[in-house]
Ligand binder design. Structure first.
Ligand SMILES: Nc1ncnc2c1ncn2[C@@H]1O[C@H](COP(=O)(O)OP(=O)(O)OP(=O)(O)O)[C@@H](O)[C@H]1O
Ligand SMILES: [Mg+2]
Length: 505
């Protein structure tokens, strides 16, 4: 039942173990009594970081489920795919971050899918490798089956490409080599991935690859068979996604797990180097079951003319339509990448499309340098991007920076803000992250700027609330990242902004 009074709300939140008696006591004291609108209590707990926006929304609706999965306490949703939703959560036993993948409701009645989901989760627990996202636990909460795994701070390869376009060849082959590392390990243990795609490749904020969804592919398998017109569904070990099944049917090789993973690994190299998908993207199953999707791939050298030929050759070999012409093992593919890793080091700052112009300089014996971002137009009004989740604080800060002559872009999600700052031109001159309602999450995002070389040029200010002073200690600072404790003098922030981004207005 939806709580209509603050008392009812408090009762529900306490019963669900989302707030403690002590939290409530503090809240009532600060609100001046129990007789306050239900929103006031909710917003107070949110501001105090006792509950998150996700929990608040559910509590307001009177939901009694969806807060805990085993020892994982859900903080908010980070993504959703066709079969599951993924949440960021905290392990209540030890405070570590977790990702929780929960099978969608519509599949909870499908015993077979539930069994696969659970089984794959359990098998996933057996593979431990730095380039494979570690599965911690598999369980069931009420009717929902879930898998908890390590939380990867970063982005999927898909998001990375969407935001940045093609990746420089050095970094692209480094990512590919890491994917090979994870796959090589799993293949040696008799486990293929079965669903290599850009949304299943997570790239952490320090550039480490983590493959996710090992073996979960089989959940998609019976629908794959239907789309391909197969009458008999193989319920055995080697079920395939529609993408894999179509490729294998075209090549006349059924259950070609290892070599199919190698093909799709090639498509990861393709998308990283060119910024475009090798295969036509579609949700339409008929399109995905059409073999022409594989025979009509635009050659990589056409899509990314600047990428060196020796890199293209390796990708083409991975993606050869004849499985006999592909690398036969991931280790073989990896060996072919090895000399390229040395030849094209990370961070030459060249993308597939501008590499050609620079190779001349390289040939002349000069090292390629990272292109400097173009200088900001001095006549343009300076902009800041502000990360703050609560409405009132947003407005106050927006007004404040507006008066200082800045254009203010607002966002509630620190990860999204970082994603936007990984594009050029930068969306704003400075990123301002407020810890008020985000707490440690704000710190995580802020520190990512200092640790990830992608963000080395991004000026940022962390605004820390008076009562959260202990957070200052956790912030990693450098010449472009500063911290300011509120309340502060206008002078302090204008000086700081002046140093970081030049004069305002
Ligand atoms: N371990 C993790 N840590 C952090 N984020 C994750 C983790 N696992 C998944 N995600 C995020 O959750 C999103 C959804 O993942 P999910 O596997 O449900 O769907 P998908 O791979 O995008 O698509 P599909 O369901 O079609 O395979 C991912 O795109 C990614 O952003
Ligand atoms: Mg996935």
């Amino acid at each position: 039942m939806q709580p209509t009074t603050a008392e009812e709300f408090a009762h529900l939140a306490q019963e669900l173990e989302l707030v403690s008696a002590a939290d409530l006591q503090t809240a009532w004291a600060e609100l001046g009594g129990h007789n306050v609108p239900v929103e006031d209590l909710g917003n107070h707990l949110l501001r105090r970081e006792v509950i998150t926006g996700y929990q608040l929304d559910r509590l307001r609706r009177g939901d009694r489920r969806g807060y805990f999965f085993g020892s994982a306490k859900i903080l908010y949703q980070v993504g959703a795919g066709s079969f599951a939703r993924v949440y960021r959560a905290v392990n209540v036993n030890n405070g570590t971050m977790l990702a929780v993948k929960v099978l969608r409701n519509r599949f909870t009645q499908d015993a077979e899918k539930c069994r696969w989901f659970r089984r794959e989760g359990e098998m996933g627990r057996l593979v431990r490798h730095p380039n494979i996202c570690a599965i911690e636990d598999v369980g069931q909460e009420n009717n929902s089956i879930y898998i908890t795994m390590e939380f990867v701070e970063g982005q999927t390869l898909r998001e990375l490409i969407k935001i940045r376009g093609a990746i420089d060849p050095g970094r692209a082959i480094n990512l590919l080599d890491q994917m090979c590392g994870g796959l090589e390990y799993a293949h040696r243990r008799g486990m293929t991935h079965g669903d290599i795609k850009a949304s299943n490749v997570l790239v952490s904020s320090v550039g480490q690859v983590k493959l996710v969804d090992f073996g979960l592919a089989r959940i998609d398998a019976d629908t794959a068979d239907k789309a391909l017109g197969n009458t008999k569904t193989d319920k055995g070990e080697n079920l395939r996604t529609l993408d894999y099944a179509t490729l294998e049917k075209l090549a006349g090789m059924k259950d070609d797990g290892i070599r199919s993973d190698i093909y799709f690994l090639g498509t990861m190299g393709y998308i990283a180097l060119s910024g475009a998908s090798a295969l036509v993207e579609s949700r339409d199953r008929a399109v995905r079951a059409d073999p022409r999707r594989y025979t009509s791939v635009v050659p990589l050298h056409t899509r990314a003319p600047g990428v060196p030929r020796d890199i293209i050759d390796v990708i083409n070999r991975m993606m050869h339509l004849d499985p006999m012409e592909r690398f036969q093992t991931v280790s073989d593919a990896r060996r072919a990448l090895e000399p390229l890793l040395e030849k094209y080091p990370i961070g030459t700052g060249l993308t597939g499309t501008d590499h050609a112009a620079a190779t001349g300089a390289q040939a002349a014996g000069e090292a390629a340098t990272v292109a400097e971002p173009p200088p900001a137009n001095p006549s343009k009004k300076r902009a800041i991007m502000l990360v703050e989740t609560t409405g009132r604080a947003q407005q106050q800060l927006k007004d404040f920076f507006g008066k200082l002559g800045f254009r203010v872009l607002l966002t509630e999600n620190p990860q999204r803000a970082l994603a936007r700052f990984s594009t050029t031109p930068l969306p704003a001159d400075c990123l301002v992250i407020s810890t008020q309602s985000l707490g440690d999450e704000a710190i995580d995002a802020f520190n990512k700027l200092t640790t990830d070389p992608f963000f080395s040029q991004v000026p940022a200010i962390l605004l820390v609330g008076q009562k959260q002073r202990e957070l200052v200690e956790k912030a990693v600072l450098d010449e472009r990242r500063r911290v300011l404790v509120t309340p502060f003098h206008t002078r302090q922030i204008t000086d700081m902004l002046g140093e970081l981004v030049g004069e305002s207005g």
